[in-house]
Design a protein around this ligand. Structure first.
Ligand SMILES: Cc1ncc(COP(=O)(O)O)c(C=O)c1O
Length: 467
């Protein structure tokens, strides 16, 4: 089915949309690039960034928000849309870095947050919602028998690896090229190309010796796990960066089999895929059960939060002195913060049926097809690909399975990335570094506008010699 455009979505409609582009370019003045035009049209974002640069390193609070010519500042958001500081309305494909499966400001979630904030912000005690929240996780995530909440996905991945070391009495962690598990020391190597080196300075010298990064290939994994001192293998079960780098067919089942045969714990990082790929994440969709699951984002409904969930006998190492000598310590002021719990409970209740995953996934599949058709129509080599309710734009003649993981993970080259970003923003679309998440709030009209925006932007990129 087309995206509210009838049969013309991939053909005549695209031609009609792109035909006006040459006039548009002439009117805008050919000399100005997309980044220059966007700069001029966003003085408030520019001014906010100028101030932020004096106060915040780089002017941002998350590395991923560094952007050329300067980052976008947003004031309000509702449903699938948000308003930037200069008054433009944008279709949002960032969605709190994937946290907002239900879109911005879903009324049930907002009401739950308001209600909890007026009852008790942080009682410094156990509260009703933490068990309610854990119960939902255990009902939805197939391998979850017990849950420990954290304040972020990074903390959850750190805790999962500590638990694995304690449970096995072994020292090493195996991870996969390009797979991201937050910003703590043990997962800094292999997250970004080149995979042999960490993506940060400042690591303690010993860290590298206890972490082994291998390609996502059964043979390489088998060799790494044969070491005898491996506590856990951790992976994004969608493939790196929510299926930007898809896994080979059957890899998850191979990983389960290899982990079992070597006494290694299998850890799925479902911070992005949890509650999105299916109510129970990739593990529900593919039928492979990990020992431990790392959760975040949708788990907390757009508030800060994370969790480790998994097998009872491993999780119970967190039970305090009763756990004995292998007890795992885990304090944390904001673990299961009541306001996060309120947003999480409201979100997971709405995410439980499967419709909250299916509806955006259907729209995303249609959108990927339409976006790919736009590339063809414009004569630009490229496509949209992806899984579930996500998409990734890929420029060039090769399909994802013809490219190596480092190329896929590296994403778009800098000048193209900035121009695409600015071009799409100018047409009312906020991409997440050439990718996007959809929510239950996204509509066929949003998708139609996105397809039209890409058609115009590709022509402009061609005019700039970037595509
Ligand atoms: C797969 C994955 N794991 C872990 C994390 C870290 O989560 P957080 O940003 O909540 O620390 C992220 C964040 O994007 C992620 O994508």
């Amino acid at each position: 089915m087309g995206i509210g455009m009838g049969q013309d979505a991939a053909g005549a409609g695209v031609t009609a949309r792109t035909a006006g582009t040459a006039q548009g370019l002439a009117a805008e003045g050919r000399a100005a690039s997309l980044t220059e035009l966007w700069s001029r049209e966003n003085p408030r974002s520019a001014a906010l960034h100028a101030r932020a640069r004096r106060l915040l390193p780089g002017g941002v609070t998350h590395d991923v928000r560094l952007a050329e010519p300067f980052p976008l500042a947003v004031t309000t958001a509702s449903g699938s849309r948000k308003q930037d500081a200069d008054g433009h309305e944008l279709i949002c494909y960032v969605l709190g870095h994937g946290a907002l499966l239900l879109g911005h400001g879903r009324p049930e979630v907002v009401a739950a947050v308001r209600e909890q904030a007026t009852r008790s912000f942080h009682p410094g005690a156990c509260h009703e919602l933490e068990a309610e929240w854990a119960d939902l996780v255990i009902r939805l995530v197939p391998s979850a028998e017990r849950v420990r909440f954290t304040a972020s996905g990074t903390e959850a991945s750190l805790l999962a690896l500590r638990l694995a070391r304690a449970a096995t009495g072994r020292a090493k962690i195996v991870k996969l090229d390009g797979h991201f598990h937050g910003w703590h020391d043990q997962v800094a190597t292999g997250a970004d190309p080149p995979f042999e080196t960490p993506n940060t300075a400042g690591l303690p010298p010993g860290t590298a010796g206890s972490v082994v990064t291998v390609p996502a290939e059964a043979d390489a994994l088998a060799a790494a796990l044969a070491d005898g001192d491996v506590a856990a293998v951790i992976m994004e079960p969608s493939g790196a960066a929510w299926a930007t780098v898809p896994l080979p067919a059957g890899f998850l089942a191979d990983a389960r089999r290899l982990a079992d045969s070597h006494g290694v714990l299998l850890v799925f990082d479902e911070v992005v895929t949890g509650f999105r790929w299916a109510p129970g994440g990739v593990q529900e969709a593919c039928g492979v059960r990990p020992d431990l699951t790392v959760l975040g984002k949708i788990l907390a409904g757009g508030m800060p939060g994370g969790a480790v969930a998994g097998r009872g006998e491993v999780m119970d190492l967190l039970a305090g002195p009763a756990a004995g000598p292998r007890r795992v310590a885990h304090p944390g002021t904001h673990n299961a913060h009541p306001v996060s719990a309120a947003a999480g409970v409201a979100t997971l209740r709405l995410a439980a049926s499967g419709e909250a995953q299916d509806k955006p996934a259907r729209l995303a599949a249609t959108l990927r097809g339409e976006l790919t058709a736009v590339f063809a129509e414009c004569g630009v080599a490229g496509r949209a690909y992806g899984e579930s309710s996500t998409f990734h734009l890929l420029f060039g003649p090769d399909a994802p399975d013809e490219l190596d993981p480092a190329t896929l993970k590296a994403g778009l080259a800098a000048p193209l990335s900035a121009a695409l970003h600015c071009g799409m923003l100018r047409r009312g679309v906020h991409l997440f570094h050439g990718s996007g998440f959809l929510s239950t709030a996204h509509t066929e009209r949003d998708a139609e506008q996105t397809v039209a925006a890409l058609a115009v932007t590709l022509r402009q990129l061609q005019a700039e010699g970037l595509a």
